[in-house]
Design a protein around this ligand. Structure first.
Ligand code: PMT
Length: 400
């Protein structure tokens, strides 16, 4: 079940070219089981029609504070009380200014004043307007008032300028939302997470690697942030987008992953090693591309450093959690790894099952710690990550 299932989201749209992205945003929220009601400012209607937003949300759009017919259906106070969360995007400089002043001169600003729900403001405007002292002053005021600001993104803008002010993409906005519905059990905690495969070079064009997609590790990074953590993600090569707000250190080889982890581990509270680190590296990496002249090619391999064990054996170590990817005797090998590597917990997945584990959207795991265990059946990795981190947070808190 999605974390947004049955959540009541009031989507406020103000006037900006990026308003067209709200159709896709609404579609995805509805797909995740959220109930969406749309409120548009008069300027928003110049960029996307209420009819489009009605079609994608499945409900009539509200846009007028003084419309007797609309008030008779669901009055503005009723709508303000209905919302679990108010999400405003694109939030224009004008709307931000009016919100910061506490004005109630249209339906959207009135709803924001009349609602006790958390309000998430995701700005979008020209980079010069975003950088303007007045806008920045208003943003600071909104933060002081307890509103949450997400974005804006950085990049090329509709007007041709480049800089900060782009509306976040729908998936980036959605990634922020579960945090508003989840207890912040990792508030302020620093997490170091490894993800993905490592690549061990054979020559300048070839390497040894494995089937890890990074999905499990990236899901853990996103979920940790949704639970309030500050995350450093050390990732081998993957095709995945960087989770919003985390610090990403991109590496290729096990040696690089070890160096990156060693730099961050001493300032981390919790270390989760989810990466599928190649166990061996090529002893003599060829400087030039190896030619196909020989019938047989023998590569000599040497063992890679064990990143997790090296950190878990430090005197002042973070709370350390490993993964165990096994194809047989899963419980036995996982517990053995936990003991040998001096871990606080280990998460075992049976990777002989092709439906879960490597490069799948789902995983099923059993977590072991001390003499206890808890199993989680096959679930989407994003949902599973939240459950795993809630369990980890509980045992981390008991230990410190
Ligand atoms: O990336 P996905 O496609 O989503 O797939 C997820 C996954 C199957 C890769 C993930 O759930 C998983 O099981 N990751 C660990 C894979 C693995 O390398 O397991 P292992 O049993 O070989 O290693 C045990 C632990 O030691 C792991 O935490 C691993 O990160 C760590 N390790 C291993 C070797 C090494 N040289 N350094 C390490 O830190």
């Amino acid at each position: 079940m999605s974390l947004l299932q049955n959540k009541k989201i009031l989507l406020g749209i103000s006037g900006g070219i990026a308003a067209y992205k709200c159709a896709e945003l609404t579609r995805r929220l509805v797909e995740q089981g959220a109930q969406v009601r749309v409120v548009m400012t008069p300027a928003a209607k110049a960029f996307i029609t209420p009819l489009t937003m009605q079609a994608v949300s499945g409900h009539p759009v509200s846009d007028d504070l003084l419309d007797p017919a609309a008030e008779a259906a669901m009055g503005h106070i009723e709508l303000a009380k209905w919302a679990d969360l108010i999400l405003i995007t694109p939030a224009s400089a004008d709307l931000i200014a009016r919100l910061a002043q506490g004005m109630a001169n249209d339906l959207l600003t009135t709803l924001c004043l009349a609602s006790a729900a958390p309000t998430v403001v995701s700005p979008a405007m020209n980079q010069q307007m975003w950088a303007a002292p007045a806008t920045q002053r208003n943003i600071e005021q909104l933060k002081k008032d307890g509103r949450f600001i997400i974005g804006p993104g950085v990049g090329e803008q509709a007007c041709g300028d480049v800089g900060a002010g782009r509306m976040l993409e729908p998936n980036q906005i959605i990634e922020h939302l579960p945090a508003f519905f989840l207890p912040q059990v990792l508030q302020g905690k620093k997490l170091l997470i490894t993800a993905g495969p490592t690549q061990e070079a054979i020559d300048p064009v070839r390497y040894i690697s494995n089937h890890s997609s990074g999905k499990m590790g990236y899901a853990l990074a996103s979920a940790a942030m949704q639970l309030g953590a500050l995350v450093t993600l050390v990732s081998g090569p993957t095709a995945l987008e960087k989770p919003v707000n985390c610090e990403l250190i991109a590496v290729k080889s096990a040696k690089q992953m070890l160096e990156a982890c060693q730099q961050v581990a001493h300032q981390s509270d919790i270390f989760i090693a989810c990466a599928a680190v190649a166990d061996y590296q090529v002893a003599d990496v060829a400087e030039q591309k190896i030619k196909k002249t020989q019938h047989q090619l023998n590569l000599q391999l040497t063992k890679n450093p064990d990143i997790l064990a090296s950190i878990a054996q430090q005197l002042e170590k973070p709370f350390c959690i490993g993964f165990a990817a096994e194809t047989q005797d899963v419980a036995h090998y996982a517990k053995d790894k936990m003991q040998r590597k001096n871990l606080d917990m280990i998460i075992a997945n049976d990777v002989s099952n092709q439906q879960i584990g490597f490069n799948s959207d789902q995983n099923a795991v059993t977590v072991y710690w001390q003499d206890q265990e808890q199993s989680f059946p096959a679930t989407d990795k994003k949902e599973l990550a939240v459950k795993l981190l809630q369990l980890i947070a509980k045992h981390y808190t008991q230990q410190v």
